[in-house]
Ligand binder design. Structure first.
Ligand code: UGA
Length: 447
């Protein structure tokens, strides 16, 4: 099928590359000249495992191309995916101006039938507004456009894998024609009938659930899923606080809870809380749209509040042990909002560092992928070559992101390098007993 992707951020680029990988012809459009130039030179604007190989191969084989010309992209395609950003406004609402602008342009520039698919995370009722916009700017004809909602469930760091091997595909449609097109488009993934770049032929995986709903329900599935996962994290973080008060271990509690198949172990990792460009903003946007529609989603406001408190509590723990923070040297392992990504947007690690700096701490830091991104916004940090350099001379170390390589370090060496062997393990990466046996003053999260 001929596909146009508008917006080449994480979602757009992964969607475009993966749809090309399963055999479609894809044109990716972005108005960021520099980004398109980078992609045309065969370089990646973001770090995402497996993505560069996919982009390179599909470009070479002629199924994937990049342009800044939206008209060219629209003319070439029957299905257009809107993947532009929906950043948060001051009041937590989602800024939908880019979505509206693209819908308007599609309306004006299309001369034949188009299926317009919202892939960006948007509040419920956005599809309805896209439909209206296409109609008004498309000259009033009703049958030239269909609109569908097709939310993404891609985690940064495993986005390619999540796209090609999803738990489910959700499409919200208002017309059987749209459903037919989307079924055809996703058929190779649903049936596993494609050669997967990591596993080869995946046919034995079995059919992937293809959930068809109305547009509004699909929009809600996205916001509700992200908010539910965020709720699980804040829940276990609250349990972690209680564990500390009574002397229990949250890891064991999560394990015992998670074995119940109705609960599941995933997203019950206590720590510094959730960050990234999805959960914090989606949670707020969900609360906001609910409020606009007349529902007070107090439950989710509390989820957000608990998450904000994680950093405050981490600082308190450091103060409880170091007494005075001013002029202490504190090392931070990890800057990305989670491992396997260079994304630092709404990173709990950065929230913590900002507070440490405000207390007058000298902060040293290392991250395997994200240092370049932070260097511009935080020039006062001491950026280190490796985790050992971070530990050297430090009064305390904080594990802020659970990169696998931190788990494989020579910990006795780390301890001897530190001025004081105090470790705040903000991601429960290490075993408390082993750490204490090695001579660390070890502080976990809820252990
Ligand atoms: C999230 C969702 O998991 C995806 O399904 C969704 O498509 C995506 O948002 C999106 O809306 O685009 P992502 O933001 O990449 O994906 O990251 P997650 O793996 O979900 O982690 C989010 C945050 O929660 C991270 O800061 C992570 O460290 C934290 N987390 C996660 C915990 O603190 N504890 C856990 O048990 C799990």
């Amino acid at each position: 099928m001929e596909i146009c992707i508008v917006g080449t951020g994480y979602v757009g680029l992964v969607t475009g590359a993966c749809l090309a990988e399963i055999g479609h012809r894809v044109v990716c459009v972005d108005d960021d000249l520099e980004k398109i130039a980078t992609l045309k030179q065969g370089r990646m604007p973001i770090f995402e495992p497996g993505l560069d190989n996919l982009v390179t191969r599909n470009r070479r084989e002629g199924r994937l191309s990049f342009t800044t010309d939206l008209k060219e992209g629209i003319e070439a395609a029957t299905v257009i995916f809107i993947c532009v950003g929906t950043p948060p406004l001051e009041d937590g609402d989602a800024d939908l101006s880019a979505v509206e602008q693209v819908a308007r342009q599609i309306g004006e520039l299309s001369s034949a039938y188009k299926l317009v698919v919202e892939k960006s995370t948007v509040p419920v009722q956005t599809g309805m507004w896209i439909e209206k916009t296409l109609k008004v700017y498309g000259g009033g004809k009703d049958d030239r456009f269909d609109v569908a909602s097709n939310p993404e469930f891609l985690r940064e760091g495993s986005a390619v894998e999540d796209f090609l091997h999803p738990d489910r595909i959700v499409v919200g449609v208002g017309h059987p024609r749209a459903e037919r097109l989307l079924r055809d488009l996703y058929e190779p993934i649903v049936s596993g009938d494609f050669t997967c770049p990591t596993h080869g032929v995946c046919r034995e995986a079995g059919p992937i659930p293809f959930v068809v709903t109305d547009i509004k329900s699909a929009e809600l599935i996205k916001h509700a899923s992200n908010s539910f996962l965020a709720m699980k994290i804040s829940f276990i973080n609250s349990v972690a606080d209680l564990c500390e008060l009574v002397g229990a271990d949250v890891e064991r509690v999560a394990e015992g809870m998670g074995l119940d198949r109705r609960i599941g172990r995933a997203f019950l990792n206590a720590g510094l809380g959730f960050g990234g460009f999805c959960f914090p903003k989606d949670l707020q946007a969900f609360v906001k749209i609910a409020e606009k529609c007349g529902y007070d989603f107090g439950l989710l406001r509390e989820v957000d509040r608990i998450n904000e408190l994680r950093i405050v509590q981490a600082i308190k723990k450091l103060k409880d042990h170091l007494w005075i923070l001013k002029e202490k040297v504190i090392g931070v392992w990890g800057l990305a909002f989670k491992p396997d990504t260079d994304d630092v947007r709404y990173s709990p690690a950065l929230a913590l560092i900002h507070r440490l700096l405000a207390e007058g701490v000298a902060v040293k830091a290392y991250d395997p992928k994200a240092m370049e991104r932070v260097r511009q916004q935080l020039p006062s940090l001491l950026y280190c070559q490796d985790p050992y350099e971070v530990a050297s001379g430090a009064d305390a170390l904080v594990v802020a992101t659970e990169w696998k390589e931190f788990g494989d370090l020579d910990l006795p060496r780390v301890r001897t390098l530190m001025r004081r062997p105090l470790m705040l393990d903000g991601r429960n990466l290490f075993d408390p007993l082993k750490m204490k046996a090695m001579g660390f003053e070890y502080l976990g999260m809820g252990r």
